[in-house]
Design a protein around this ligand. Sequence first.
Ligand SMILES: [Zn+2]
Length: 473
Amino acid sequence: MNSPTANVCGNGVPRRRFLQSGLAALIAGLGVPVGLRAQDRRGATGQTEAAAGSVRNVVLFIADGVGTAHYALARAYKGAPLVFEAAICGLAATASADSFITDSAAAGTAIATGYRTRNGSVGVDADGRERRTILEAARASGRATGLVVTGSFTTATAAVFAAHTKARGETLQIARQLVEADLTVMLGGGRKLLTQPMAGEGGPTLEQTLRERGYALPKTAAELEATPAGRVFGLFAEDALFPVIDRAKLGPTQPMLPAMTRHALQTLDQNEKGFFVMVEGTQTDWAGHQNDPVMLVHELLEFDAAVAEAMRFAAGRSDTLVIVVSDHACGGLALGNSRAQAASKRGLSQDEVLAPLRAAKASATALWEAYGIAQKPDAETIRRVVAEHWGVQFNEAQVAEVSAAAADPKRDEDYDGLGRVFSRDFTYLDWTTHEHTAEDVPLYATGPGAPRGAMHLTELAGVMARALGVTLE
Ligand SMILES: [Zn+2]
């Protein structure tokens, strides 16, 4: 049942749903049948043998915004392979229904429902129709369900599994749907939303509703630790948790992802029929957006430790499928820049590449928000804070570039320039963009029913559904 290579299923993917969504897209005027694009049919997809429904549990990890370069950098920093790298089993293309470069909502919806959709869409297809997610199908089969993130619990990658809306920005709507979703476990941030009303003004709040329904609501790592196995809606920050590299200093009561994953697995395992859980490395993506290699390696090592929890859980049992995939890559990370060109001619050691990252003690976000630049964004402050926390001296031109980025209304975050200048001028790394990129992402899986081959993200929903013996229609 757990044979790694037997019975590659070839056409086992639910093409019928692709056909349906393709037709829907034609009718909607997109012009290209969504599910029938030539590049999706790469002729190499399949799944290791698992009698349908024989898999009790699916643990899905999504490393948001992570491509092969990100993993390679984290492996070098760790000095050892990441725990899931030996389980490499394929590649996934990520394009959405309306964009070569996807966003997390469309990519997450593809993974959760099997449908390509438009960027920004949450749990609905390209036509705006609500589609059943793998989490909802698992719940209907009597299994327990869970979502674990380090951003707000309404973050797109969590929302797509249990909410349905055409716009990922409808945060309150998503929050209400997630409260209604009958999840066994929700862990992450976004506590500020709990004071909002479930329906109209004056009615019960989200928090009151959760309490009425028997949820524990731990607010700190210690409270989570003390929470017995049972329904839990643990939100540990008003908005997102602090980045891993800053958490011990700036948010010492916030739990780490491995602890949240462990709690989720222990709780969900109480259900005799099994469970589905999605655990996201949320801020790996934000590190890419910010071009911050320091934040990135720490986020990825935390993610690695969270996957280790699931691999420990699954070891020695034959009923748990663990999948690790990204929704897309982010930042266009390059392991080599113009400085590396000259250095590699004389021989560039891994230690030289990693030294500036090891010397840095905070994320770009923290330099800006917590360590004083935002309060006084002048040249002297930028220079002082960067020197203090990253151990490098920015010159006048570099400071000017950071200031210009902060003043650029097109940029999302004021601190984007910090990571870009640091990477290009003080490391051997570089970035091509502050946004997502479209390369295939690596796919790792272990356990019965593991996917194999080159595929599109949409195929993973069918892989998980077949393993659990559930239907997405
Ligand atoms: Zn992103």
